[in-house]
Design a binder for this molecule. Structure first.
Ligand code: CAA
Length: 388
């Protein structure tokens, strides 16, 4: 029995910052951001979008009358959760009109959605008549005028995992590498992440090399068995640095193809930025929605990295008519319809906060056209609404 990704959906807020504008404001050469880091724009979430609303907005794209009643597992991977106790997945379940799913939230930095996907794989193996909804949803925040500022972003990717999937059948072999390291973390009292920037990039590459070597040893496969390799993308140069370390294993023609596929996998991230848990799946989706070179039967590699840290390299086979599961035109239209923020608007939006003293606050919704929104807070409770 094959198990894998049947459908995949994307949501990102409708405002963004141009990173040449950010570079000019910070007195940095714009080429550092667009070439050195590899980012052009980053999505900025308004107060009315959080990890719950973005998750629900992304999931609406993949739910339909055929799969709604068979969702037995709902996992929200996030590192920007809104509650220390209650799982964001339960708000998402209600906002989507789902019932009685095993609904919970998973945290392990940017690995959360992959932990969800692997759990979903096991769940569907045990319950082939049921499906799982796995969502990665995050707002990446490092702070104004910090080295990490250019690698922020916001968005969510939602996936239906099922037996006989129509998009990507996951293969059983995976390689995992985990260790207790301090490359990136966010204590409970902080709204912004702390990162040892250079160290985190070195660890990412080392973890990639460890899982790649383990995968090769386990399976006997080589780089020639892959039509594309996709990566967790905190920024688009990061995956490229990792890919380059193994490219010498490929022929010249294969290297050119893998680099072309890699560029296709970065196009959404270049415009959205880091979405933490969803970032690998954003890259995977970008590849499928921009490449004209992939066909059913092709093997795709996926490298997941969550700081702290754990990495997993796993693979899947594109299924017949996988193109029918994609909505590239809609996603490109969503990005094209976003409004560019000015620097003062960005800084105001970044600094805007909900009250933490229990007082009532209604969010100005004028700028947000998403179907699922956070309307406000009252007595420490968030008031979510489905508008459409
Ligand atoms: N033109 C072209 N390129 C330029 C340039 C110019 N004028 N000026 C600098 N560059 C290049 C540099 O040469 C460098 O390239 P290489 O990495 O290929 O050497 C690149 O731009 C970045 O320059 P710096 O290393 O000087 O940048 P920085 O010190 O400002 O920090 C960063 C970069 C470490 C990524 C920082 O943005 C950061 O801390 N980000 C957050 C942490 C992060 O994303 N880590 C990634 C691994 S951890 C992970 O993956 C989990 C996660 O999601 C967070």
């Amino acid at each position: 029995m094959q198990i894998g990704i049947d459908k995949i959906g994307l949501f990102t807020p409708n405002t963004y910052l141009d990173l040449v504008m950010l570079a000019n404001a910070r007195g940095v050469d714009p080429d550092k951001y667009t070439i050195g880091i590899g980012q052009d724009q980053m999505a900025i979430a308004p107060l009315s979008q959080d990890s719950v609303t973005m998750a629900a907005n992304a999931a609406r794209e993949v739910l339909d009358d055929d799969n709604r009643d068979s969702i037995g597992l709902l996992i929200l991977g996030t590192e920007s959760g809104i509650d220390q106790s209650k799982a964001g997945a339960l708000y998402v379940q209600r906002l989507l009109g789902l019932k009685n799913a095993r609904a919970f939230e998973i945290k392990e930095a940017c690995y959360g959605a992959t932990a969800g996907l692997m759990t979903a794989y096991d769940f569907v193996t045990a319950h082939p008549n049921q499906k799982a909804l796995v969502i990665g949803s995050d707002i990446a925040r490092y702070g104004l005028d910090t080295p990490g500022e250019v690698t922020q972003g916001a968005g969510a990717v939602a996936m239906i995992v099922s037996a006989a999937p129509h998009l990507l059948a996951l293969e059983p072999a995976t390689a995992i590498h985990s260790d207790d390291i301090q490359d990136f973390w966010r204590p409970n009292y902080s709204k912004e992440a702390f990162a040892r920037g250079k160290y985190s990039t070195e660890q990412y590459i080392e973890f990639f090399q460890a899982t790649w070597a383990d995968y090769r040893a386990q399976t006997g496969r080589t780089i020639s068995d892959f039509k594309a390799l996709t990566f967790h993308l905190p920024y688009t140069k990061m995956g490229l640095k990792a890919l380059r370390t193994i490219l010498p294993e490929a022929t010249e023609a294969e290297q050119a193809q893998l680099l072309d596929r890699y560029q296709e996998s970065t196009l959404y991230s270049r415009q959205i930025g880091n979405i933490y848990t969803g970032a690998l799946y954003l890259g995977f989706l970008s590849l499928l929605e921009h490449s004209t070179q992939l066909v059913a039967g092709d093997r795709i590699g996926l490298f997941s990295y969550g700081s702290g840290a754990i990495s997993e390299f796993f693979t899947g086979i594109l299924q017949p008519s996988f193109e029918k599961q994609l909505a590239g035109a809609d996603h490109k239209a969503m990005l094209a319809a976003r409004r560019q923020l000015t620097m003062p608007e960005y800084e105001n939006q970044f600094q805007a906060e909900l009250p933490e003293d229990g007082s009532e606050y209604e969010i100005d919704l004028a700028m947000d056209n998403a179907p699922v929104i956070l309307k406000g807070v009252k007595e420490h409770e968030r008031n979510y609404q489905v508008r459409i």
